[in-house]
Design a protein around this ligand. Structure first.
Ligand SMILES: C[S@@+](CC[C@H](N)C(=O)[O-])C[C@H]1O[C@@H](n2cnc3c(N)ncnc32)[C@H](O)[C@@H]1O
Length: 239
């Protein structure tokens, strides 16, 4: 009997992967990973050069990503059968051999694997390998600590409404905003309303070879990548 092993790969730099994830990836005979149609896939990119020559790859291509708003019922209607189908396929593979599912960052932190996990629990043996999150890689890249003393850290998703974003931004000390991409103009308006704009940083592709770190108020490009995180550092109690 095999297992489904979800390997958290960390924020991007393969050197930041755990020993356990490294072992799982290098030893895998079956490797599955999510990607957008027509893309290589971020998780697959992280492990490039690490897979064994006889590994079989299973790209799981999302039927939809940003084309449909997340609150439109059509979004879930497209994704549910996709996750059902891949859960069935991974369960079948794992009857005889281990299957490693690659996951950027930590699998249980807004990871797509959770939708497979929910379907496969009780049907297959599942191991989850935790990892350094993308946000941790990003705030470390800025060279400034994220929280001090009793600072409250709030993690927001760019898919929230501008009103929700600005209300929650205004009431926190330290801030992380994920799922940025085409939501960036809305997030910037919310930062301004919350009085946090001047202290906000954007980290694009944190810890990856093409990492960029910008103070948002000094940014002079309008590239809005999906792999970008906005950070406001806490300023809390210090001796
Ligand atoms: C679906 S969530 C996955 C989070 C992941 N499981 C983790 O632990 O960080 C994807 C979002 O995470 C953020 N993200 C993850 N890794 C990142 C990185 N290395 N640099 C910038 N943003 C990153 C981006 O905001 C992106 O839109």
């Amino acid at each position: 009997m095999g297992r489904i092993i979800c390997a958290g790969l960390g924020p991007g730099d393969p050197d930041l992967m755990s020993l356990r994830a490294d072992r799982a990836v290098r030893g895998a005979k079956h490797v599955a990973y999510f990607r957008k149609v027509g893309r290589f896939g971020m998780a697959r990119r992280i492990v490039d050069g690490m897979l064994s020559a006889d590994a079989t790859e299973y790209p799981m291509e999302y039927p939809v990503t940003v084309e449909i708003p997340v609150d439109d019922p059509a979004y879930n209607n497209a994704l549910a059968p996709f996750y059902d189908d891949w859960a069935d396929r991974l369960e079948t593979l794992a009857v005889t051999e281990d299957v490693v599912v690659l996951c950027e960052g930590d699998p249980f932190f807004y990871g797509s694997f959770m939708h497979l996990y929910e379907r496969l629990r009780g049907r297959a043996e599942i191991d989850i390998i935790p990892a350094i999150t993308g946000m941790s890689g990003c705030w470390t890249a800025t060279g400034e600590p994220i929280t001090w003393g009793d600072d409250v850290l709030t993690v927001l998703l760019g898919t929230l409404s501008e009103d929700d974003l600005s209300t929650r931004m205004a009431s926190t000390d330290a801030l992380v905003v994920m799922k940025t991409g085409k939501n960036i103009p809305k997030i910037i308006r919310a930062l301004k309303r919350a009085g946090k704009y001047d202290d906000a940083w954007m980290i694009k592709r944190g810890t990856m070879p093409d990492q960029e770190i910008h103070k948002i108020s000094e940014m002079d490009d309008d590239e809005n990548p999906y792999f970008a995180i906005i950070i406001v550092h806490g300023k809390g109690r210090r001796p």
